[in-house]
Design a protein around this ligand. Sequence first.
Ligand SMILES: Cc1ccc(Cn2cc(C(N)=O)ccc2=O)c(C)c1
Length: 334
Amino acid sequence: TNDLAARAHALRQQLTRYGHEYYVLDAPSVPDAEYDRLFRELQALENAHPELKTADSPTLRVGGMPLPEFSQITHSVPMLSLGNAFSDMQQDDFSQRHAELVQFDERIRRELAEAPIRYATEPKFDGLAISLLYRAGVLVQAATRGDGISGENVTENIRTIHAIPLKLELAQPPALLEVRGEVLMLKRDFERLNAEQLQRGDKPFANPRNAAAGSLRQLDSRITAQRRLSFYAYAIAQVEGADWPLSHAGEMDWLQQLGFPVVEASLRPVVTGADGLADYYESVLQRRAALPFEIDGVVYKVNSRAQQEELGFVSRAPRWAIAHKFPAEEALTL
Ligand SMILES: Cc1ccc(Cn2cc(C(N)=O)ccc2=O)c(C)c1
């Protein structure tokens, strides 16, 4: 009856807001027990009236029946990997690194016949790239990169990741929005998971990336739900029915407004030319050990989308974005 539907809708909205406060803003406004009470009320309502279950219900966060296999999804926009045109070198070889960045920036300036070039920067997360598809503001599909052309349909597992919105909090959501980002496990959650693995007599994971991959590739989404996976959005692949921001920095601000976790602003400045890139690279290299997640380098993207389109792609990698890897972390001297 419509007052039960109204109650279910009110509970979904409230639990969604509390979940966003807790997992994305890290600022809960109610005690866990209060969240739990409302959560159980919604679960009971949905179990008694299955027609009230919706695709954006927070009860999906606990996972459901295991799948026999993953179906394949073909990406309408290929998920390309980044080229990396920088050589490996010693951590302290500043002048060689700077020289390579000057070369890189000069190539872009030549191809665009523009100077100086503004670059959006960000850490290169060491997790799994994921594509999220939202139709009319509701999450309808999630896929892994796979070979870049097609990947695994991991929608049920992705719905258990609290940091990933099940619905966009917009009055008029875009008809279609495809968001790209990284599923990863924070260092501290990785340590906790491995301690639990050892207690259970199970094999510990080698590193957070493997733990995230293993947790996402579970056919039983209830197991995925028990793993503490996180997510950071870093690009928009498709927009229909809304204005697509004209710069990468604008995309990141919009994604944050839509409710997606994005990396903090101090880790994604827009910088100018080779010097700006070099300063950014050194600053993140310095902060690397203290970051809550593992990274294996940084990423530079020409900030203007018009300039990105002008540069296009070479073979399968974009000419407007490139990864710059760090030297392997020194083995811990015990
Ligand atoms: C029993 C219980 C319920 C919920 C949570 C964690 N949590 C809390 C909130 C909250 N406070 O807004 C929102 C979502 C959520 O998942 C824990 C750890 C334990």
